[in-house]
Design a protein around this ligand. Structure first.
Ligand code: TYD
Length: 210
């Protein structure tokens, strides 16, 4: 596989969306073909699983298995083929969100998630598929909560209390510490212009954009 795979992470309200769209435009301006996608989701099957995960009550293991099932379908049908075509894959959330939300937020077993990660992202003899860059929009949960108050009707996760997001944020920090080379931790508590400058710098630092 020869394309570029970038994921975007952060707690709800961290403000990923505008920057993902802007980055997509920046790659396209360089003549790259961009596959813009999201998790859970990105295929017809995975989008159905997303609806279940975001709306239905279920135990943490069921939730973890459903997001990994969605991820498997997404990798096989969309991500791996796009990378093989040398495209840029921009994915709004990937496996770090499972460690953060199901592992941190819901308290599901971290080692079990690591096993599922190896199985689901395994590609035969090839190494486990991971983004080459993960942009983490790091925002204090209190600030994110204030931003979300004025937003739309909350889904299952957005409706969780502050303590849940403190655990999600801590789990993102744990994933970041474990893989510093892959992560770019960006302070999302700045103006959108400053955040964008940091996003561009992280992408350029890895020579993904000139
Ligand atoms: P989000 O990415 O915030 O999309 P939108 O901007 O449309 O709300 O919503 C996805 C939600 O799913 C978010 O609350 C995090 C959660 N999630 C998990 O719990 N586990 C996962 O593995 C992934 C990818 C997402």
């Amino acid at each position: 596989m020869s394309g570029s795979f970038i994921s975007f992470e952060g707690i709800d309200g961290a403000g990923k969306s505008t920057h993902i769209a802007a980055l997509s435009a920046a790659f396209q301006a360089q003549g790259r073909v961009v596959t813009l996608t999201r998790e859970p989701g990105g295929t017809a099957l995975a989008e159905q699983l997303r609806t279940l995960v975001l709306n239905d009550a279920m135990d943490a293991m069921t939730e973890a298995l459903l997001v990994f099932a969605a991820r498997r379908d997404h990798i096989v049908r969309v991500i791996a083929p796009a990378l093989a075509r040398d495209e840029v894959v921009l994915c709004d959330r990937f496996t770090d969100a499972t460690f953060a939300y199901q592992g941190g937020g819901r308290g599901f077993d971290w080692d079990m998630l690591a096993i599922l990660e190896r199985w689901v992202q395994g590609q035969g003899a090839a190494p486990v598929l991971q983004p080459e860059l993960t942009i983490w929009f790091d925002l204090p949960p209190a600030v994110a909560a204030a931003r979300l108050v004025s937003a739309r009707v909350p889904d299952k996760f957005e409706a969780q209390p502050r303590a849940f997001f403190e655990q999600v944020a801590a789990a993102y920090a744990r994933r970041c510490d474990a893989d510093r080379a892959r992560f770019a931790r960006i302070n999302a508590h700045q103006t959108p212009e400053q955040v964008w400058a940091d996003v561009l710098a992280a992408v350029r630092q890895r020579n993904l954009l000139p």
